[in-house]
Design a binder for this molecule. Sequence first.
Ligand code: NAD
Length: 503
Amino acid sequence: MSSVADANIPIVPVLSAGNWHKHSKNSGGDVYNPSTGQVIARVPFCTPDETAAVVSAAVEALPAWSETPAVERARVMFRFRDLVAQHFEELAALVTREHGKTLPESRAEVQRGMEMIEFACSVPTMLMGDTLPNIAASVDAETMRHPVGVCVGITPYNFPFMVPLWMFPVAIACGNTFVLKPSEKVPLSSVRLGELLTEAGLPKGVFNIVHGDRHCVDVLLTHPKVAAISFVGSTAIAKHIYETGTKNGKRVQAAGGAKNHLIIMPDADLDQSVKALSASAYGCAGQRCMAGSVAVAVGSVADPLVEGLCDHAGGFRVGPTDGNESVDMGPLIRREHLDRVAGYLDIAATDGARVALDGRREFDGEGFLLGPSVLDQVEPSMRVAQEEIFGPVLSVIRVKDLESALEVGRDCPYGNGASIFTSSGYAARQFKQHFNAGMIGINVGVPAPMAWFPFTGWNQSFFGDLHIQGTESVHFYTRQKMTLTRWFASAEESHHDPVWKTN
Ligand code: NAD
């Protein structure tokens, strides 16, 4: 825990078996308001014993919850969804406060999260199994979906509200109990979600929250009673979570980082493309796994595109977002992250790229602010084209034709999202069919699927086989049981064997 002595700074509580605990004596971290640079809370890093105690709460709640009728479980989700709707503005303000994204961006996040709860309300229908009577003589076959058990969610900082909701509503509606380990940088939204779930009538222990760093995660990854782990975060950690979790016999879905390409054809509507590219690259200050971070300019579009991007993004109002709606782009999450992102501008220049728009400038106050940047003349082999920067920096690669643009995608280790801007159906189809990424946009800047569709990252952007969201998420949080049934007739019953009658 930070040594700054201030009794007025609240400690973020742990939720275990329906009770809120303050583990204030352990080590921990600071939660900042990135708009002001001020510490607004302290988050404990739970010890292995404290973490195991939270898992035990989920273990104890499992038998009763998994036996609760599916429609009753869904009813809790209906009430939870209404509470989120009632508190919509408060929740958006909280996301802005602990993350720094603009209020409209936070509202969009709360909306997307609420849609995951709406999806979870319909889980009973998706739990229905298949049957085939008489699969063999007098034998009936059926499948049923059972919960997998205690599930764990480990989430990143960039969507404090939405990403936890990618996980636990579906898991809980499917009859599992849940332990959430939110990002230590943004734990406050998760705490509020826990309070609203309690208010919605969720029984104690079905949803629990533990806080911590990698030591806490290590306990979750190896705990014998944990059945499944959903992870969202950077690629190196996603790979570690997948490898360790599966080695310990757990079902794992692990979404990682990204490097998303936006291809602009010469026949694209330039004004629309510039606006869409800017929104994609600089929305949430570039801290989105679906942010467009490499523009691939095809042929003659390059010069007017770079000029348009510099003009448009250069006019962005950048500033503190907390309580302030008159900004286009907010701060980054931490000072160190800002320095890391800004460092990429020097790396690009050293590697031979041109800094066409430089976001580094003086801002009022102590917020972690950095303006939008455009890098031109970037080559696919440069670090800025290969590595996830996760900030408001858009690299422009110039290529001669669509095939060369597809080649850029083929050489990228990630594979989350990619978009094309064109008025040609043929180019759009070629792109859709052949680009090396799991989520495709056609004249759409951020092709992020909504709750009902799977979040289909490829390559180093996803480890596992069943993705987050949509039907795949219901399959992830359930396991099938197949039953074959044959009943023998008693001596008396055998006289009444039913026969198909045609009249
Ligand atoms: P991160 O990987 O640093 O942290 C994610 C979670 O892992 C946090 O809860 C953190 O406490 C935990 N963690 C960190 N180090 C760990 C370790 N060594 N062992 C075990 N656990 C550890 O990610 P972040 O910086 O919070 O979030 C940004 C990243 O998340 C970006 O790479 C972004 O692309 C990615 N992301 C991906 C998606 C997707 O759907 N693919 C969505 C959102 C964010």
